[in-house]
Ligand binder design. Structure first.
Ligand code: S3P
Ligand code: PEP
Length: 664
């Protein structure tokens, strides 16, 4: 997951490949609650691991439910309708699928509970659900504004509930209120329980998910259209034993859109398909209407570009409230204005999504009209796209949708602010996107300089702050040197071809700060002075350098690379967007190296280190192939009198200067 303050997505051109998407949020949180309410053990496969499911799992643990994890499998010991912990204070983040159903379940389970969330959760309505529960005789108090969380739930005896008449619940603000009652009321089904929906029910397909999962847990709800639902007397939750969570159909919308927009051989999505129980799978109908080619099987989708530009659409999107946001960005690539109607619920979700989408689409240059329950997006022709810093309002879907703007015809980059908000439902969204998207030019920052100048520390830190990949090219030479020694070879012209062969086939993996050679952690062996000397010697062999060239360039991957070395800017990435030549006086470098070695318990003297450094500088700068020298377009940074932080800030400031975004 990207935890950087922003993520710059360079202009993207094509996309192709297969993605397996994380589990459905709506199914995961329903299954977790049902498994907790049921008797017996439920084994859940492919559960979504994200903020929304984590708050639900934490809540269940606080209620005394035992949850065991074994790899991707979760085993939940049901409470069988009896609380182990009669009071708790629960934090439910911004998860509607946790806050609403838990409110109903806890109001019936008979304990004292406080339910809170993030500030936005305290602005998301829950009054219609609390009203329905109060009619029944449940006791729920508002701890802040009436009609909104936080809530305090007090115990009532099930026998005291008024279950003789139908329970009335409004369905026109959120379907989650009806879902909450349907999931919780089997706890009190000594007699038939009737729920009547007041007002036009929105987001209807989510009720189908609820009914489907209730059925898997042994509860068959009778229904009369969307108006009346009856939970039969004697209903009892029965664990199905094993249950599998499909991949998330709303998350699939970004990759369906990607297939429709990007050039290339198309995108295959695994884990969700034509037989999905999730209503958002109907996004494929809208995508097809806009021109996408979509093939599907029970558990997979294959999407490729069809009509181009896309065809404009006018759609009542009430049945796909989450996925429809993706259409608002696809509309930028259409042949006329697109209108999404009947989407008033967008205003009470993670943020006011109609406002958010309109504001951010306008930043890209688009003309957008919006009203209480609709949005109309005009296409953005070539020549009119503007580089924009997209505010994400702590809304995962805003962040994910706007990544699709990077396919614009003007080759304009897109900056996504606070990209970590995708953690709500799809923590690795951007990594997944980058695994199938292709950028004509992946950004590179090169940091070259002599030994002990602090390149490594600076490069790692700049890469971390930008969310970029990191290439420590010196290590490649060190590993080659080590492989050479282990093969009994020497850095001499006679062995050059054999060393180059070794370099070409290096079984090398960088893993969490460790360097693995054929699976063996060789990080320590590479840090020795002898390994440094060998690296310097093998790097003077032209055939070895040629062998390592392709390997080094393969590190240039989305969203970008910071490369540290000696010839990054001059030879390996001559087209880099920023080249820094980092130096420090020999005296300062010797002193730093001295402190480093002494702290590791290695005894040495500053004078000998300085002599070594100077000898190495001379060898590196006078070798015939790629001698150590600044690229003509490099910016010089002498860090003799700088802290690491000052150097990092300087490099980041230079990088921002070459970006098209206004300072954010
Ligand atoms: O029941 C569910 O799992 C959901 C219902 C929908 O909410 P509304 O019914 O409030 O539209 C949807 O937007 C939300 O992401 C998940
Ligand atoms: C509306 C959403 O979430 P929630 O489940 O919190 O309502 C969403 O995921 O788009």
């Amino acid at each position: 997951m990207f935890t950087t303050p922003f993520l710059d997505i360079p202009p993207l051109g094509a996309a192709a490949g297969t993605v397996r998407l994380p589990g459905s949020k709506s199914i995961s949180n329903r299954v977790l609650l049902l498994a907790a309410l049921a008797s017996g053990t439920t084994t859940v496969h492919d559960l979504l691991d994200s903020d929304d499911t984590r708050v639900m799992l934490d809540a269940l643990a606080a209620l005394g439910c035992t949850v065991e994890r074994a790899g991707d499998i979760l085993r939940i010991e049901g409470l069988g309708g009896r609380l182990k912990t009669p009071s708790a204070s629960l934090f439910l983040g911004n998860a509607g699928t946790a806050m609403r159903p838990l409110t109903a379940a806890l109001a019936l389970l008979g304990g004292e509970f406080e339910l809170r969330g993030v500030p936005r959760m305290h602005e998301r309505p829950i009054g219609d659900l609390v009203d329905a529960l109060t009619q029944l005789g449940c006791r729920v108090d508002y701890l802040g504004n009436p009609g909104y969380p936080p809530l305090q739930i007090h115990p009532v005896a099930l026998d005291d509930l008024q279950l003789d008449g139908p329970i009335r619940v409004r369905g026109d603000v959120s379907s989650q209120f009806l879902t909450a009652l349907l999931l919780a009321l089997p706890l009190a089904a000594q007699r038939d329980i009737v729920i009547d929906v007041v007002g036009e029910l929105i987001s209807k397909p989510y009720i189908e998910i609820t009914l489907n999962l209730l059925a898997r847990f042994g509860i068959t709800v009778r229904r009369e259209g969307w108006q009346r639902f009856t939970i039969p007397a004697g209903s009892q939750y029965r664990s199905p034993g094993d249950i599998h969570v499909e991949a998330d159909a709303s998350s699939a919308s970004y990759f369906i859109a990607l297939g429709a927009i990007a050039e290339g051989t198309g995108i295959r999505i695994e884990g969700v398909g034509a037989e999905s129980i999730q209503g958002d799978i109907r996004f494929i109908d809208a995508a097809r209407r806009m021109g996408a080619r979509v093939d599907s099987g029970p558990n997979w989708l294959a999407i490729s570009r069809g009509a181009w530009p896309l065809r404009a659409i006018d759609l009542d999107a009430n049945h796909i409230p989450d996925a429809a946001m993706t259409l608002a960005v696809m509309a930028l690539y259409a042949d006329g204005p697109s209108t999404l109607r009947n989407i008033a619920s967008w205003r009470v979700k993670e943020t006011d999504r109609i406002d958010a989408m309109a504001n951010e689409l306008r930043k890209l240059g688009a003309t957008v009209e919006d009203g209480p329950d609709f949005i109309r997006v005009h296409p953005l022709p070539a020549g009119s796209w503007r580089p924009a810093s997209i505010k994400t309002y702590d809304d995962h879907r805003v962040a994910m949708c706007f990544s699709l703007a990077a396919f614009n015809p003007d080759g304009v980059a897109v900056r996504i602010l606070d990209p970590h908000c995708v953690a709500k439902t799809f923590p690795d969204y951007f990594e997944t996107l980058f695994s199938v998207a292709h950028a004509p030019e992946v950004p590179v920052i090169c940091i070259d300089g002599p030994t002990a100048s602090g390149k490594g520390t600076l490069t790692v830190e700049v890469a971390r702050r930008l969310g970029y990949h990191y290439l420590d090219s010196g290590t490649l030479y060190r590993v080659t040197g080590l492989a050479m020694r282990r093969a009994g070879l020497d850095a001499e012209p006679a062995h050059e071809a054999r060393i180059a062969d070794l370099a070409r086939a290096l079984p090398l993996v960088f893993n969490e700060g460790k360097v693995l050679l054929a699976g063996e952690d060789v990080s320590e062996d590479l840090r020795t002075e002898a390994a440094g000397m060998d690296a310097s010697r093998v790097s003077a062999l032209p055939a070895v350098r040629a062998a390592l060239l392709a390997l080094q360039r393969s590190f240039r991957r989305l969203p970008g690379l910071v490369a540290d070395g000696r010839d990054m800017g001059t030879v390996i990435f001559p087209d880099a967007g920023l080249k820094v030549y980092l130096t420090a006086s020999a005296a300062h470098r010797a002193e730093r190296r001295y402190k480093q070695l002494i702290s590791k318990g290695i005894s040495t003297t500053i004078d000998s280190l300085r002599a070594d450094l100077e000898a190495r500088d001379l060898r590196d700068s006078s070798r015939s192939v790629a001698p150590l020298k600044p690229a003509p377009d490099a910016r010089l940074l002498d860090n003799s009198h700088q802290t690491i932080e000052q150097s990092v800030v300087q490099v980041l400031a230079w990088w921002q200067e070459v970006q098209p975004f206004e300072s954010s």
